[in-house]
Design a protein around this ligand. Structure first.
Ligand code: C2E
Ligand code: CA
Ligand code: CA
Ligand code: CA
Length: 278
């Protein structure tokens, strides 16, 4: 029986071993990566279709690995979260995004919003808000120009999360519920947490406008958002038809490859920022 068991799994073992090795390599590489400045933030514009202007940016982290090339956040954020490394990495991300927003403000692109993703462990750290307030003061950025993006999975212990969202809001920092509609308790979170904005997940946008069901869901989300006084951003817009549909149902704030892929800050020159037109 033992031999049989061995035989059954032997085809999988190398892949599992390789995955464990890769995971270990990533986990061990994270510390050196931060020390050696291998992380970078790319920024994706969020635009207003109706007013035809730039609203701001979402900061998205990447790891420029010396051997493996550019590593996407999905490959290391989870590992960083589990190993606790997300705390120093998360601080670096927040500080870098706030510094960049302040630099754009000083360069003349006034009042842009900077949205920063925060993971569960980072969000549930009681030091988070004080840390952010200190960074805002250090770089001279107004609190209203920062938005913290959380997902359903960020909210682990409800009362604690509520306290943190309340404190962020008291300090004038906005909170967006990311990947809205993909989890099971999006509505109950909206009921209990003073969220400012929902970000409609890309999975609802992909089949627009052809799919009546998705179109209906988006219209329903817009009605709900209006009656709750929530702002809405739709993610993953890739076609002019999707953009036209969203604008028509009253969702002017969008981001997606149609407008721009995430890019390093240097891509968005002062000229780009000040003369940006959809
Ligand atoms: P997310 O927050 O939902 O970010 C949106 C993702 O969609 C980004 O992938 C972005 O590049 C991609 N995207 C934007 N427009 C389009 C489009 O039109 N079409 C398609 N197909 N994709 C589009 P990215 O940068 O690989 O990030 C993946 C996820 O990793 C993010 O999902 C977020 O959950 C996480 N993440 C990224 N940066 C950070 C960070 O700084 N901190 C934390 N905690 N998580 C991050
Ligand atoms: Ca996000
Ligand atoms: Ca999202
Ligand atoms: Ca996502």
């Amino acid at each position: 029986a033992k031999r049989q068991g061995k035989g059954r799994y032997c085809g999988y073992l190398p892949t599992i071993a390789a995955r464990i090795r890769e995971r270990l390599e990533i986990e061990q590489g994270l510390h050196a990566a931060l020390a050696e400045n291998q992380f970078e933030l790319h920024y994706q514009p969020v635009v207003d279709l109706k007013r035809r202007c730039l609203i701001g940016f979402e900061a998205l982290v990447r790891w420029r690995h010396p051997e493996r090339g550019m590593i996407a956040p999905d490959q290391f954020i989870g590992i960083a979260e589990e190993s606790g490394f997300i705390e120093p990495l998360g601080r670096w991300i927040l500080n870098t995004a706030i510094a960049q927003a302040a630099a754009w403000q000083q360069a003349g692109a006034k009042g842009l919003l900077m949205a920063v993703n925060v993971s569960a462990r980072q969000f549930n750290d009681e030091q988070l808000v004080d840390g952010i307030v200190t960074m805002l003061a250090r770089h001279g950025l107004a609190a209203r120009q920062l938005e913290i993006e959380v997902t359903e999975s960020t909210v682990q212990e409800f009362h604690r999360s509520k306290r943190i969202v309340d404190t962020l809001r008291e300090r004038g920092i906005a909170v967006a519920l990311d990947d809205f509609g993909t989890g099971y308790s999006s509505l109950s979170l909206l009921k209990h947490l003073p969220i400012n904005r929902v970000k409609i997940d890309r999975s609802f946008v992909i089949a627009l406008p052809g799919t009546a069901r998705d179109a209906g869901l988006i219209s329903a989300i817009m009605q709900m958002a209006n009656s709750l006084d929530l702002e809405v951003t739709a993610e993953g817009i890739e076609t002019p038809e999707q953009a036209a549909f969203l604008n028509a149902v009253g969702c002017p704030a969008v981001q997606g490859y149609l407008f721009s892929r995430p890019a390093p800050a240097s891509h968005f020159t002062t000229e780009w920022l000040c003369h940006y037109r959809e």
